[in-house]
Design a protein around this ligand. Structure first.
Ligand code: PGA
Length: 229
């Protein structure tokens, strides 16, 4: 479902470069059992560092939690002589979604729109849903990408979110450019207090949460509050 009243709701935790395996498993043991199982439109993902992916995936499967696993990146290349890279075929063993083109990768690691497009191709070829992050509606969304996160730079990790109305305007513009079937998430200083104000917007289908996802109880409060006003 792409929008309207019965839209999908994606709530995605991006842990960035945080958490050892032990810390990751503790989080899963607290959050996993409390994720509701009665809402088929609710899609909750956790995106740990690569080093935690295997153990997190195992813990989610053993617990039979309504939680899916994503990665925070993947290689723009296929398998081969690319030292240090994580090919999509390897990531697909554990993750069914990949955050691509996050602004921190664009800024700190020189990631270009072309690289994001190559990563999107690799994800799609390996049955991984690409979630492409853009700082505005003018940033290109690669072909085949149906899930986009609008993350304004001023809002990331600052405690200063966009207004829900501004985020709605950008989400609508992204859909106008990319197609109505594209689902748009908002990211940037989402917390338990403001999550519902974003989800309520007609063209926003969820949130990408970093800072407020690290503490399991804060993340659980986001899951509790996303439908309330
Ligand atoms: P934040 O980061 O939730 O800490 O603002 C969001 C993101 O970078 O995806």
């Amino acid at each position: 479902m792409a929008g309207g009243d019965n839209k999908d709701i994606w709530i995605i935790a991006n842990w960035k470069s945080n958490k050892t395996i032990a810390e990751a498993l503790e989080w899963i043991s607290i959050v996993g059992p409390q994720i509701p199982k009665n809402n088929p439109n609710l899609k909750v993902f956790v995106c740990p560092p690569f080093t935690d992916l295997e153990e997190v995936k195992k813990a989610v499967m053993v617990g039979n939690f309504n939680l899916m696993v994503g990665s925070q990146d993947l290689s723009p290349f296929g398998e081969g002589s690319f030292t240090g890279e994580e090919a999509a075929r390897e990531i697909a063993q554990f993750a069914s979604l990949a955050i691509l083109g996050h602004s921190e990768r664009r800024k700190n690691f020189g990631e270009t729109n072309e690289m994001v497009a190559d990563k999107t191709k690799q994800a799609l070829a390996n049955n991984i849903t690409p979630l492409v992050c853009v700082a505005g509606a003018d940033i290109p969304v690669p072909e085949g990408c149906k899930l986009v996160a609008f993350e304004p730079l001023f809002a990331i990790g600052t405690g200063n979110p966009a207004t829900p109305e501004d985020a709605q305007k950008v989400a609508l513009e992204i859909k106008r450019r990319c197609g109505p079937e594209v689902e748009v998430l908002y990211g940037g200083s989402v917390n338990p207090q403001n999550v519902a104000s974003f989800i309520r917007q007609h063209d926003i289908s969820g949130v990408l949460v970093a800072t407020a996802s690290l503490d399991p109880n804060e993340f659980l409060n986001i899951l509790k509050n996303y439908e309330t006003d």
